[in-house]
Design a protein around this ligand. Structure first.
Ligand code: FAD
Ligand code: NAD
Length: 472
């Protein structure tokens, strides 16, 4: 006898990578999916953060490549290449909106119901199913019912109380694409990944940049050797780096802006870009009334299969504060769907996440970090191979960069690595594959790499680890 299964009703709040990837995963299993999004499908990731910043950096990189031509004997220079910032910004915005439209079309074709509304938890009905109030832009409301709710509302730029962005001179990274002229002198406050990427991009366009870092170096959470390489690259491009400097207040002057630091010093510029982190979009979701636990910073507490403290309510992406990356958000969203639909699911493993910083050179890393090894948290053998000896690097005029690989001392199993080079975001994959699949350094070492290639440094680094591996 054929058994009729009731189709699971799933309500997803937020249409970024966490929400839309979950919707696609749920739809593939035949669930009835309603996706509520207030600001555009693709989320902040596609419209304001990841996608536009990477498109902007891809554009600015062209100017740097042109600038390198003279060194290789080609007679053009970056001074000759003019910049029309309004054209660059328009192309970036067009790409972002096109990407958003592609995702919307895909969701619709998979049968996902997309609702342009803000979602808020509104209790349960008689059957125990979760109710969500959808508030439309005109103020009208509708109640949507789900057996399962996924919260995927992302995060927003953190603002300092005395540095309110005005979209003109005091800017968040989401306001950069509306600039009609390039800043004469951009002050970037915050030396995390976002700050570093925009320092890089604007120097590529020839803009004078000052970076205000509250810490003793750029990229305080990343590999120290990689951060040092980036500081050298910044210094070469004339970036003024002010370390141990906390911005307290930013105000407008007749000419531009003045940033007041905690030690009483000031920094003047034409514009300031605030990159001082993000805050989760969890304030107006009815979480407290629903009993959904959040941490002291407002991030929703989840376990490794994206469950919150309330049965049937899941959360994924930046609103959970678990590694703020699009790839992690998407994985958390998919895992939430598989788990809620009773499919086989592996809990998320953060040690296998590969990530990249899109500076020049790029910095990509996966697995255990050098600092964790240095602290004695993981026994490991390590190798760091500079790119300066790589033939392909020499041919392309690449002077900076390295490959690091970390492996277990006895077995040679690869547990992490860092690559600093052009296209490190692409080159990290073999190391990520090795970490994910517990491959040994001998597996990497015995793999043919193309000659000449930058990836040759990965196999060479692995060979150096094999050579010292007495116990295998
Ligand atoms: C400048 C920058 C560059 C980045 N670059 C990269 C990168 O190169 N690679 C990478 O992996 N990650 C990158 N990230 C991180 C990445 O953008 C985030 O991790 C990703 O956006 C998280 O996706 P999400 O789905 O959790 O949230 P979001 O993308 O923020 O989407 C959430 C959506 O939910 C909507 N929403 C909020 N509240 C409600 C509500 N109540 N009802 C309905 N809708 C709601 C929001 O408006 C938004 O549209 C970058 C971040 C920044 C700031
Ligand atoms: N390429 C990528 O994948 C990419 C790009 C951008 C962001 N991201 C993600 O977003 C996350 C957040 O990065 P982020 O850089 O936006 O935020 P962050 O929180 O990592 O860095 C903000 C920095 O600003 C500093 N700061 C805070 N207040 C300050 C003040 N008053 N004065 C001076 N400095 C101050 C902090 O000490 C910190 O170093 C990253 O961890 C990453 O996961 C990823």
């Amino acid at each position: 006898m054929d058994e009729e299964w009731r189709v699971a009703r799933i309500v997803i709040i937020g249409g970024g990578p966490a929400g839309y990837e979950a919707a696609l995963a749920g739809a593939a299993y035949g669930a009835d999916i309603t996706l509520l999004d207030s600001d555009g499908i693709g989320g902040a990731c596609v419209l304001w953060d990841c996608v536009p910043s990477k498109a902007f950096i891809a554009t600015t990189g062209v100017r740097t490549e042109v600038g390198k031509a003279a060194e290789l004997g080609i007679g053009v220079g970056s001074e000759a290449s003019s910049v029309t910032v309004t054209d660059i910004n328009q192309r970036v915005k067009d790409l972002a909106f096109a990407q958003s439209a592609d995702i919307r079309a895909r969701l619709s074709s998979e049968g996902v119901r997309i609702v342009n509304a803000r979602g808020c938890l509104a209790g349960t009905d008689d059957t125990g199913a979760h109710e969500v109030t959808a508030t439309f832009p005109d103020g009208a409301t509708e109640t949507v019912v789900g057996d399962v709710v996924l919260i995927a509302t992302g995060a927003s730029p953190r603002e300092l109380p005395d540095a309110t962005p005005d979209g003109d001179r005091i800017l968040t990274w989401r306001q950069l694409y509306d600039l009609e002229v390039l800043p004469d002198h951009l002050v970037v406050v915050g030396s995390g990944v976002t700050g570093a990427e925009f320092v890089h991009a604007y120097t590529e366009l020839g803009v004078r940049v000052t970076l205000v870092s509250s810490r003793d170096r750029v990229l305080p959470h990343e590999d120290e050797d990689a951060a040092r390489v980036l500081e050298e690259a910044f210094a070469e491009r004339g970036v003024t780096l002010i370390k141990h400097a906390r911005a307290d207040r930013v105000s407008r002057t007749d000419e531009g802006v003045v940033v007041e630091l905690a030690d009483g010093k000031t920094v003047e510029g034409s514009h300031v870009l605030m990159t001082v982190g993000s805050l989760p979009n969890t304030g107006d979701l009815g979480l407290e009334e629903a009993g959904v636990a959040v941490d002291r910073n407002g991030y929703i507490t989840v376990d490794r299969v994206s469950r919150t403290s309330v049965s049937g309510i899941y959360a994924a992406g930046d609103c959970t504060g678990v590694l703020l990356l699009a790839s992690v958000a998407a994985m958390q969203g998919r895992i939430a769907m598989y788990h809620s639909l009773g499919e086989g699911v592996s809990p998320i493993r953060l040690k296998t996440v590969a990530a990249s910083i899109f500076t020049s050179p790029e910095i990509a890393a996966v697995g255990v970090s050098q600092s964790a090894i240095d602290r004695g948290e993981y026994p490991a053998r390590t190798v760091m191979l500079p790119l300066s000896t790589n033939p392909r690097a020499k041919m392309s005029g690449v002077r900076r960069g390295f490959v690091k690989i970390f492996c277990r001392p006895a077995t040679g199993v690869v547990i992490g690595g860092v690559i600093v080079s052009p296209n490190a975001s692409e080159l990290i994959l073999p190391i990520a594959l090795a970490v994910e699949n517990k491959l040994q350094v001998s597996d990497l070492a015995n793999t043919f790499s193309v000659y000449p290639s930058l990836s040759g440094s990965i196999t060479e680094a692995a060979r150096q680890l094999v050579r010292h591996d007495d116990l295998d």
